[in-house]
Design a protein around this ligand. Structure first.
Ligand SMILES: [Zn+2]
Length: 425
């Protein structure tokens, strides 16, 4: 796909109304506490050896979907393991001259963004930020002339902006030696992020303007400051960049026009304001941060038992997947308040549906809520409350009656290693 990928931001303060997909899922899910929690010491039969027979769980990228949850990720995006060199360019405009040093703008995002990727990827992605131009690059036209608005496509204003940027920066920058580009715009250009989020990424786009013989195919633009006035900007404000770079690695938006009600704060592609959060285990497998032997595939008819360790810790079994069709299935993982997951207030087993034929911003992932209409367990700003207590605990069972799938949490041990049982037709 050569089409531009951009972010279609919902309201900054998402409505409490859940997306249609999430509602449909919620009606299928029931939490029950009728099963006695099993002792964590008891051994159960393990039907599916880890790392083998994963093919049915690699739900494929669907045709006609701009950015898909499918595995493998389509070609053209930046590689998401090993060393990734990021070119950072700070720009301002004749009608929006920067007030402070360009290095201060860079310091809003680094080293936090590199650290975030190091933690989330278990060290599998080494993000190397570089800024060969230390000063602001002044664009030749006023900001207003580029016509940048929320959801602007990669035509024609952005082409003009990128061509101008290349012309100004090229004498000082070898564009061919980087894997992605971050354009850090002076925060006084354009509206406040409180009113309109302009930050956007054009990824997997080999028709982008070229410099030094390579197209700027994977480029993120960050505007304004995601500062909610709570005083936490210094700690959390950088998080728009790992979100935008998520697109560069091929991840879709998980929030919808209704806001974060489909996935809540369980993935930075759903919510990038407020307290730190991680990525879903599915995304980590898609990006190559979970290895195949950390994933088990419940594709066989009948019952299988699976052991899952917290997603935030290194090594060990992390993800179980229940394929429903060749384009959808349920992912199961353990989330705790550790690593990048700061806001987890009810640790446990997170269960969500992944659909590779649902496009970015349309709800490709829906989290099942173990406690519907509870109001959630957090009051942190910018954290979707209702899904904050979505995780299932020992004794709980998720049931999808229409597909005949049951996922029961049998128990957990002192290290938060959970045992689950999956029953499927
Ligand atoms: Zn986005």
């Amino acid at each position: 796909m050569q089409q531009p990928r951009h972010r279609i931001r919902g309201s900054r303060r998402p409505l409490t109304l859940a997306g249609a997909t999430a509602l449909a899922l919620a009606t299928m899910a029931t939490a029950s506490s009728t099963l006695p929690p099993a002792s964590s010491a008891s051994a159960g039969p393990v039907a599916a050896p880890r790392g083998t027979g994963l093919a049915p769980c690699r739900i494929a990228t669907a045709m006609g979907v701009q950015m898909s949850e499918g595995i493998p990720t389509a070609a053209g995006y930046t590689h998401s393991t090993g060393e990734v060199r990021a070119l950072n360019l700070m720009i301002d405009f004749p009608d929006a001259e920067a007030a402070g040093p360009a290095g201060d703008r860079l310091a809003e995002f680094f080293p936090q963004t590199s650290d975030w990727f190091h933690t989330s990827s278990y060290g599998r992605l080494t993000y190397v930020p570089e800024a060969p131009v230390k000063d602001w690059l002044r664009m030749p036209r006023p900001f207003s002339e580029y016509g940048i608005e929320r959801g602007s496509p990669y035509e024609p204003g952005y082409r003009k902006l990128v061509r101008d940027l290349v012309a100004v920066a090229d004498p000082k920058v070898d564009f061919s030696s980087y894997d992605l580009v971050n354009v850090l715009v002076t925060p006084n250009a354009g509206p406040s992020a409180l009113d309109t989020v302009l930050s956007v990424t054009f990824s997997g786009n080999d028709k982008a303007p070229s410099a030094d013989g390579v197209p700027l195919a994977n480029t993120s633009f960050v505007y304004s400051r995601q500062d909610d006035g709570s005083g936490s900007y210094a700690e959390t404000g950088y998080r728009v960049l790992p979100h935008e770079n998520g697109h560069v690695f091929g991840l879709p938006d998980l929030y919808t026009m209704e806001g974060g009600g489909a996935v809540g704060h369980w993935d930075i592609m759903s919510e990038d304001w407020g307290a730190n959060n991680d990525l879903l285990g599915w995304h980590k497998w898609k990006l190559g941060w979970l290895t195949n032997d950390q994933v088990s595939c419940a594709s066989a008819t009948g019952t299988s038992e699976h052991t899952l360790e917290p997603l935030a810790t290194r090594g060990g079994p992390k993800l179980a997947f229940v394929p429903l069709t060749d384009r959808s299935g349920y992912a199961v993982e353990v989330r705790t308040a550790a690593g990048n997951d700061e806001a987890v207030c009810r640790p446990g087993v997170l269960i969500y549906k992944v659909s590779s034929d649902v496009d970015t911003g349309q709800g490709p992932v829906s989290v099942a809520d173990s406690t519907e209409d509870s109001g959630g367990c957090t009051r942190q700003p910018n954290v979707h409350a209702e899904l904050s207590d979505a995780a299932f605990g020992p004794g709980d069972t998720f049931t999808d009656r229409s597909n005949g799938v049951r996922i029961s949490v049998l128990g957990k041990d002192a290290k938060d290693t959970y045992r689950i049982r999956i029953t499927r037709p």
